[in-house]
Design a protein around this ligand. Structure first.
Ligand SMILES: NC(=O)c1ccc[n+]([C@@H]2O[C@H](COP(=O)([O-])OP(=O)(O)OC[C@H]3O[C@@H](n4cnc5c(N)ncnc54)[C@H](O)[C@@H]3O)[C@@H](O)[C@H]2O)c1
Length: 392
């Protein structure tokens, strides 16, 4: 018998039992009263025993027992923003959730996925940082995951695998993004959305169409995450220049796939120049950074850790923008009038409503102008593909 059970039985036995009086002239009634009292005592004892058993077991299990956990949640150290990650149990989602739990601007972190979100939530919720973490599983909990959120980050979907066609990837992820954005339109239409799911060049137009259909579209609030291209560009350029990557700022414009990724090496800060060979090498490496990781992982997925880092860098910039910090600038794939295309990635100024200002391209050299034409051609097709999918 367990310690809990023993302890409960002892306590139950020490209860005062109801006293029974016997009068010879009322033998039948007395026996009836006795039976009723006996039954009442038994029920009382059983109830106290059960309650005591639960309390005692809870004590034995410590503060994290199921009982206490339900009533007692960390309050979060400081006021901050409410952030949801959709696809939080994935290769990007998990490190992204961990890094957002560390972010002091986050007070509430909602982790949603169609699988494994309870495990990821339990794990991350043990980190002693300010944000309160809650998990949500499957479509029926999507509304609860989204309600009240300031920022929604979407890495849900399938990653590129060797042998997978672009169409395979598109068809799966387009449907996922559409469903999730329908949820956002209903439950948190004012949230700023960071869309990571590929192909970003098509998923951002899909999200825009969903929001337009729902009557909630605010172009400033929808941002395709291209930060990984910038992170890679900063790293590779720093390697060539022999600098610390943190000192390097490379604008990367266009879109987020192959030739649509256009690093503007003529605008690198600190100002520097590159030989034609260096320009060719850097442009190719930045455009094919994703493939470099897919091939190195040999079937085990695409960039997840550097992507989570880039996503957090971008989300943090968005949160600082919402907070009202001045001069928060980052590259993103947004609704744009910079070119004739309806969406394009450039530097944007982030503010309380998202992309408050979309910057122009600035002066391009001949190499970049040729790259821009190639990028625009492919981008136009990807954007149209997204729009057609959403309007079907
Ligand atoms: N924007 C970028 O720079 C960039 C970089 C790398 C990868 N990606 C893209 O990010 C996405 C995720 O990549 P990953 O490596 O984390 O993939 P993954 O397969 O490891 O994780 C994806 C997660 O999404 C979840 N998911 C699937 N359907 C869902 C739905 N309907 N609702 C909620 N969650 C759902 C899965 O259960 C899984 O946990 C892919 O589309 C990938 O191509 C984008």
């Amino acid at each position: 018998m367990s310690i809990c059970t023993l302890r409960s039985l002892n306590l139950a036995q020490s209860l005062p039992l109801c006293t029974i009086s016997s009068h010879s002239g009322h033998r039948g009634i007395t026996e009836l009263v006795f039976i009723v009292q006996f039954l009442a005592n038994s029920v009382l004892m059983a109830a106290v025993t059960a309650e005591n058993l639960i309390i005692e077991c809870a004590k034995q299990m410590g503060e994290s027992s199921i009982l206490r956990q339900a009533n007692c949640r960390a309050k979060g150290a400081a006021p901050g923003f409410k952030v949801a990650i959709l696809g939080a149990a994935g290769g990007i989602g998990q490190p992204l959730a961990m890094l957002m739990k560390i972010n002091p601007l986050v007070s509430v972190l909602h982790l949603y996925d169609v699988v494994n979100s309870p495990g990821v939530t339990a794990d991350i919720s043990h980190m002693d940082t300010g944000a309160v973490v809650r998990g949500f599983l499957k479509q029926e909990q999507l509304a609860s995951a989204l309600t009240g959120m300031d920022l929604v980050i979407i890495p849900a979907g399938v990653p590129r695998k060797p042998g997978m066609t672009r169409d395979d990837l598109f068809n799966i992820n387009a449907g996922i993004v559409r469903t999730l954005c329908e949820g956002i339109a209903k439950c948190c239409p004012k949230a700023i959305v960071n869309l990571i799911s590929n192909p970003v060049n098509s998923t951002v137009p899909i999200a825009a169409e969903v929001f337009k259909k729902a009557g909630t579209y605010d172009p400033k609030r929808l941002l395709g995450v291209t930060m990984l291209d910038v992170v890679r560009a900063n790293t590779f350029v720093a390697e060539v220049l022999g600098l610390d990557p943190r000192e390097v700022d490379v604008p990367v414009v266009g879109g987020h796939a192959g030739v649509t990724i256009l690093p503007l090496l003529s605008q690198v800060k600190p100002p520097c120049s590159f030989t034609p060979e260096e320009t060719e090498y850097l442009t190719n490496r930045i455009q094919n950074g994703g493939t470099e990781v897919v091939e190195a992982k040999a079937g085990a997925g695409s960039a997840t850790l550097s992507m989570a880092y880039a996503a957090v860098k971008f989300a943090d910039a968005c949160l600082r923008g919402i907070r009202g910090d001045k001069d928060v600038v980052a590259c993103a794939f947004v609704d744009s009038q910079v070119t004739e295309l309806p969406f394009f990635a450039t530097k944007v100024r982030l503010g309380p409503n998202g992309a408050e200002e979309v910057y122009q391209l600035g002066p391009l050299n001949a190499y970049e102008r040729a790259g821009l034409e190639k990028a625009k051609k492919e981008l136009a097709e990807s954007i149209q593909k997204g729009i057609s999918f959403a309007r079907k």
